[in-house]
Design a binder for this molecule. Sequence first.
Ligand SMILES: [Zn+2]
Ligand SMILES: [Zn+2]
Ligand SMILES: [Zn+2]
Length: 326
Amino acid sequence: MATASLTAEYAKSGKAGCKGCGKSIDKGELRIGYVGKANFGATAWYHYDCLWADTDSLKSVDASKSAKVLVQNYDSLKGEDKKKLDKDLPKFCKEASTKASKAEPKPKSDLAAEYAPSAKSNCKGCSKPIGKSTLRVGFPGKANFGATAWYHYDCVWKESVLLAPIDTSQSLEETVDGFEKLKNEDQTKLSSDLKKNCKAAAEKEPPLPPKMAADYAKSDKSECKSCATKIAKNALRVGFTGKANFGAVAWYHVDCLKKCPQEYSKGIKADKPLEELVDGFDKLNKDDQKKVEKEVKALASPTGAPKRKSEGEESAKASPAKKGRK
Ligand SMILES: [Zn+2]
Ligand SMILES: [Zn+2]
Ligand SMILES: [Zn+2]
């Protein structure tokens, strides 16, 4: 794996800002940076102590190498600073990569809760600012660029469309990101309000059927989300609108559709006409309409697996549907 190159020196002027804390680095002060990571290939500089806080960048540093190898200019540093680096670099790199490996496989929680670190966020419900240190509750990934859409505690319960799909049988730690960091009284409050409001929301808002689309690929640039191979130009493809990055369609080969995640197909109503379920359905040719209809209806069937008719199809290696929550 490519490792990030670091460099260290005593600041030649007081002009450079620290990428960590944003404050300037004094002339003569030891600064350390990532070569080529600032604009125009410049070095992204940090105060010595601030470097270690940026674990996102730090995890790309190969901690198995010594500071002498990793840090350009190491030899020109003062002895005491070399010693500091020898000790701190492997220690913090290891911490950063442990943190990263722990953080990555974690699926996105349905909700997040925290005390607002600043007064800069506005409530998505009432649009008024959320005061600093106020308890706020949000939906991860529901704001622009995958950010969390934050709400005042009392405002969040009005979002029944977003609350309805939340599975309240899971532990609160799993459902709510940051739950364990809340004060005890807020944990209790949140726990009971969440159960109550999600239940009410689910009764009020039946799960929305997913938006689907079908067409003939306009180029060979799209990739099937299931088999990860390119979808040929003009090939029939079926997908879920809004499930790919930036609200794009997550496309599948029509034969791969059955392998889509269950959360995508949840809510498909088999009794709905295909024209309503699948955008562009009416523009497909008759044979392809049949294919799409069969696969989409199969997703809507209670087992989640296509019902096979004796049509001499290839025997797909689809694993038996993993369902059966009691
Ligand atoms: Zn700093
Ligand atoms: Zn509000
Ligand atoms: Zn495929």
